[in-house]
Design a protein around this ligand. Structure first.
Ligand SMILES: *Cc1c(COP(=O)(O)O)cnc(C)c1O
Length: 359
């Protein structure tokens, strides 16, 4: 830290992103990216013309993308906010709606704690139940904003739309943010509920099911007044928040829903395969509604499994939090990648058995 650093940030603990190795080739199952390329239309949209247009600023109103998203989700463009990754929409929502503090689950997306801290918003962290489920009652009439990832990460567990409605209905004076980064892998979106609840904001991303993590595009859908507030924050920080090439890519992605439904269905099949195979090997695996599974075994310590897999060229995500340090979060890739993972884990389990039990 330099001596010039604003002292109000001196205690800030930044978010630690999953490893993005640029040298060695791994089977990369650590940051929930898609194993599939973006839709063919996306590749075509990122063309020479768009590159030449880079001399011009991007559209600060992001009109074509708002229009495409509004059509896809049966809302008005004025109900859509577009951001540089959904992380930006989340941060802006914390800034805009976090005045009275914000409640979120203890085990969830690690960035919530950081967004609260950087904006000097009080965090009200609610423990999960012993079975890793969110207890909806904890968020009812809570007297502050709420943010819940649904499905939750890294557990993959899902709340029902009824539970989300009840949380929104019980907090009419505060915004309830539902982070649906993984909703396309088997959950039901709360977007329709934003027409009933003017305090409900649904955040989604192009990074996971739409295979555009590197383009950095996300969005939020909600009541026009909420969206206007997010626009106020955006136009006070970074009006050209989404670049031209990313917007062209995102528009093309929204225009090919069949391709992405097909990819998501393949991920769901591979997730079922992986869950079954891991359970056969004695793993405890939560019932995931996302593009990852969260699993542990008594036979290998969580951190050791992560390191041994990394040695063998497979990257998964391990968290040091003692409540979940026996688990690894494993992104679902192609069938072949998941078969390699299972074979590698079998070999590791055999090694520990011959070495005489748990290591
Ligand atoms: C991946 C992820 C995000 C952020 O995605 P962006 O790449 O910034 O759009 C947000 N929330 C959760 C729960 C995530 O897992």
């Amino acid at each position: 830290m330099s001596r010039f650093f604003n002292s109000c940030y001196s205690q800030l603990e930044p978010y630690t992103p999953g490893e993005q190795p640029q040298d060695k080739k791994y089977i990369k199952l650590n940051t929930n990216e898609s194993p599939f390329p973006p839709a063919p239309g996306v590749i075509a949209a990122v063309n020479k013309q768009e590159a030449e247009n880079l001399r011009l600023y991007s559209d600060p109103e992001l009109k074509p993308l708002k229009k495409a998203l509004a059509e896809a989700y049966h809302v008005e463009p004025a109900n859509v906010f577009v951001s540089n990754g959904s992380d930006e929409a989340l941060n802006f929502a914390f800034m805009a709606f976090g005045e009275d503090g914000i409640a979120y689950p203890d085990i969830s997306y690690g960035f919530y704690k950081v967004f609260a801290a950087v904006n000097h918003i009080a965090s009200d962290v609610k423990p999960l139940q012993a079975d890793f489920r969110i207890r909806p009652e904890d968020y009812k009439g809570v007297g502050k904003a709420v943010v819940i990832a649904n499905p939750n990460a890294p557990t993959g567990l899902l709340l029902s739309l009824k539970e989300i409605s009840d949380i929104a209905a019980s907090n009419p004076e505060h915004v309830v943010i539902i982070d649906e980064a993984y909703i396309d892998f088997g959950g039901e979106s709360a977007v329709e509920l934003t027409k009933t609840y003017d305090n409900l904001l649904v955040v989604q991303t192009f990074s996971k099911s739409r295979a555009l993590a590197g383009a950095r595009v996300g969005y939020a859908i909600g009541n026009k007044a909420l969206i206007q507030d997010l626009e106020t924050i955006k136009f006070s920080t970074n009006p050209y928040n989404v670049n031209r090439i990313s917007m062209a890519a995102a528009v093309a992605a929204v225009q090919d829903p069949e391709y992405y439904v097909h990819c998501s269905q393949e991920i769901i099949r591979n997730r079922e395969y992986t869950t079954i195979e891991l359970r056969k090997l004695g793993f405890f695996v939560l019932d995931s509604y996302s593009n990852f599974v969260f699993a542990r075994t008594d036979r290998i310590n969580g951190r050791k499994l992560y390191l041994d897999l990394k040695d063998r060229g497979i990257l998964v995500r391990h968290f040091d939090d003692p409540k979940i340090c026996e688990f690894n979060r494993i992104t679902i890739g192609t069938r072949q990648q998941m078969e390699t993972l299972i074979e590698t884990i079998k070999e590791l389990l055999e090694l520990t058995t011959t070495a005489g039990g748990k290591v």
